[in-house]
Design a protein around this ligand. Structure first.
Ligand code: GSH
Length: 200
């Protein structure tokens, strides 16, 4: 049995989108929980077994998988028919795993710190900057519609998601890619799901 602990309009929205893309909505129960929100609303939900009270969290037969990058890869490999993971042996596998880990290790801290107004030379020294993130993505997307080529993969699902949240950065290659990712069944489903869940 699999359960996704999800809070509407949060980082777990991208996992709801992924479940749709993987055709896995029948295999995974989506449990909506509350989280403390930045505006002071909400609160930690005792039903959520995440050790930090966060979302997303995946519970697979009692095994907990936390962190979006790990959950995305876990699910993409568990439902391989959708072809959203790049399998071992494929020459693109290294870059695929690199994009997922780079999201967690660089993109999320840099964009989060920027959004909350933290500006310190050590942040740029350690993680690099938003400008460098945009440059990496622009270079990757200059001759292909998706990060790994012609097909949308789980790496696109994760990497485009901050721009779906914060807004497009105004770089032609990235903006067009974000539009492509958001104009997919997964993203459209997740927006509708969250709208229903919020009003329920
Ligand atoms: N790096 C984690 C971040 C998870 C995270 O911070 N989630 C937020 C929702 S957007 C949360 O649960 N916040 C509630 C809290 O910090 O207590 C991931 O991508 O899974």
């Amino acid at each position: 049995m699999m359960t996704l602990f999800h809070a509407p309009n949060s980082r777990s929205t991208r996992i709801v989108a992924l479940l749709k893309e993987l055709d896995a909505l029948d295999a995974v129960t989506i449990a909506c929980v509350t989280i403390p929100r930045m505006d002071g609303s909400g609160g930690r939900d005792p039903r959520n077994p995440h050790p930090d009270g966060k979302v997303p969290l995946l519970d697979h037969d009692g095994t907990l998988v936390w962190e979006s990058a790990a959950i995305i890869q876990y699910l993409a490999e568990l439902f391989p028919k959708a072809g959203l993971s790049i399998p071992a042996g494929d020459p693109r596998r290294g870059a695929y795993l690199g994009w997922l880990a780079w999201y967690a290790g660089v993109v999320e801290p840099v964009l989060t710190l920027q959004a909350i107004g933290v500006d310190h030379p050590a942040v740029a020294r350690t993680f690099r900057t938003e400008a460098e993130i945009k440059a990496r993505l622009t270079e990757a997307l200059k001759d292909r519609p998706y990060l790994l080529g012609d097909r949308f993969t789980a790496a696109d699902m994760l990497l485009h998601s901050p721009y779906a949240w914060f807004g497009k950065p105004g770089v032609a290659e990235i903006d067009a890619w974000v539009d492509r990712c958001m104009d997919r069944p997964g993203a459209r489903f997740a927006i509708e799901f969250d709208a229903r869940a919020t009003t329920a």
